[in-house]
Structures are given as C-alpha cells and as structure tokens.
Design a binder for this molecule. Structure first.
Ligand code: AMP
Length: 215
C-alpha cells in the first residue's frame, strides 16, 4: 500500500479532511504546512515573523522559511510509516527539493492525490470551514461537523475561522494556486503518480476513491 502521499488542490477542496482520515486509517503522519507556519506565527518565532505578512495577504511564504519548517518535520518523520503532506509542495521548485530530500533516504513520494473543485463550491465550503488552532484538525459546520458544536473532537479546543478565509485574501490564494501550484499536476503526471479525485463526491465516497488509489 502506498504510504508517502501528497495532497494537492485549491484552498477548501477537502485535502485537510482526507489527510485526517488517512492519518486515522493508515497511521501515516499528517502535516499541513499552513498549520505549521501558523504555529510559528503564534509562537512569534523568527520563521513566524517572516511568514505572517505573506499568510495575511494570501501569498506564498518565501521558500527559505518553508524549507526550514518542512525540512525539520520531515527529518523527524518515519518514512516507512509514511505521510500525507497537505500544502507542501506548492510549487514545482518545492517539489524538486522534496524529491531531493526523499531521494537521500531512498523513500520517494508514491502518490499525488489531486482534488478538483469549482470556485462556487469551494467558497461555500470555506464559508463553513472551522479549524482547531491547537491540533489543526479541520471541520465544516454542515459537511463535517464536530461531535460537540464549536469544539474539536480530538482536543476539545474551541474551533475558529481562519482570518485568511475572508473573501479578498481567498481570491488571492486561488490565484496563487492557479499560477504556481496547478503546474504540479503535470509534474506528478510526468512521474506517473497523479490520481484525480472529484471533490463534489460525498466525503465517504471520496475517501473510498482515495483508498482505492493507495493500491
Ligand atoms: P494553507 O493552510 O495550506 O491554506 O496555507 C495557508 C498559507 O500558508 C498560504 O496561503 C501561504 O501563505 C502559506 N503556505 C502554506 N504552505 C506553503 C508552502 N508550501 N509554500 C509557501 N507558502 C505556504
């Protein structure tokens, strides 16, 4: 079964939800680069101070900072157990660097799951999106509600709406996705690793399709 997985797709396409499901069922490490970067902002660390204005504007954080944060996570990751990477890589350059890191340990990416989504549907999803500031788990008030309204199932922390899910920043994030991240589709197709998932499917059916792709 494939265990080193990249989750690709525009904001709000369901990557975070699938990542959490893969973590639960496969025990792979699930990491969201955006969550790690937001934690650095919370800590007011040097990385956080660099990242904050880019996140606020919906632009990509400079590679140097992203590589430091993600490189640190991967260094401690057990690549046999595997990972579901959500939000990294976000450019072809980042994908090449990731491939280099993994090649050093002879444990390459095995699968890239691409979520397709149309803009209207995604805006609806993001309007209802809530996340846990503590553990990063993502919910949707209607589609993936927590067991207790407003509280994280895992750590009971109060759920929040991200400030960069506001309309103007969101449009910028979509534009960045279209111009900088979408080319990853060709990159992973070229490696024979891309599988496309239709986001309009119900979460259970989408999970079944993702599971089938793991082989
Ligand atoms: P996300 O939670 O994945 O939507 O990421 C939120 C924000 O974090 C993005 O809009 C970027 O500003 C930043 N970010 C996350 N991952 C990356 C990455 N791989 N490269 C550059 N910036 C990133």
């Amino acid at each position: 079964m494939k265990r080193r997985i990249i989750l690709l797709g525009p904001p709000g396409s369901g990557k975070g939800t699938l990542g959490a499901q893969l973590k639960e069922k496969l025990a792979v490490g699930h990491v969201c680069s955006g969550h790690l970067l937001r934690q650095e902002v919370e800590k007011n660390s040097l990385f956080g101070k660099t990242a904050q204005p880019y996140i606020a504007r919906g632009e990509l954080v400079p590679d140097e900072t992203v590589f430091a944060v993600m490189g640190n996570w991967l260094q401690h990751a057990n690549l046999e157990v595997g990972f579901a990477l959500d939000g990294f890589p976000r450019t072809v350059d980042q994908a090449k660097v990731l491939d280099g890191w993994l090649a050093e340990r002879a444990r390459p990416v095995e699968l890239a799951l691409l979520f397709t989504a149309d803009l209207e549907e995604t805006l609806e999803r993001l309007a209802g999106r809530r996340s846990c500031p503590q553990c990063g788990r993502v919910y949707h008030v209607k589609r993936v509600p927590p067991r207790v309204a407003g509280r994280c199932d895992d750590c009971q922390t109060e759920l929040v709406q991200r400030s960069d899910d506001r309309d103007s920043v969101l449009r910028q994030r979509f534009e960045v996705y279209r111009t900088k991240t979408a080319p990853l589709q060709d990159y992973y197709t070229g490696q024979g690793k891309l599988v496309v998932l239709d986001t309009s499917m119900e979460p259970e059916r989408r999970f079944a399709a993702a599971w089938a792709a793991l082989g």
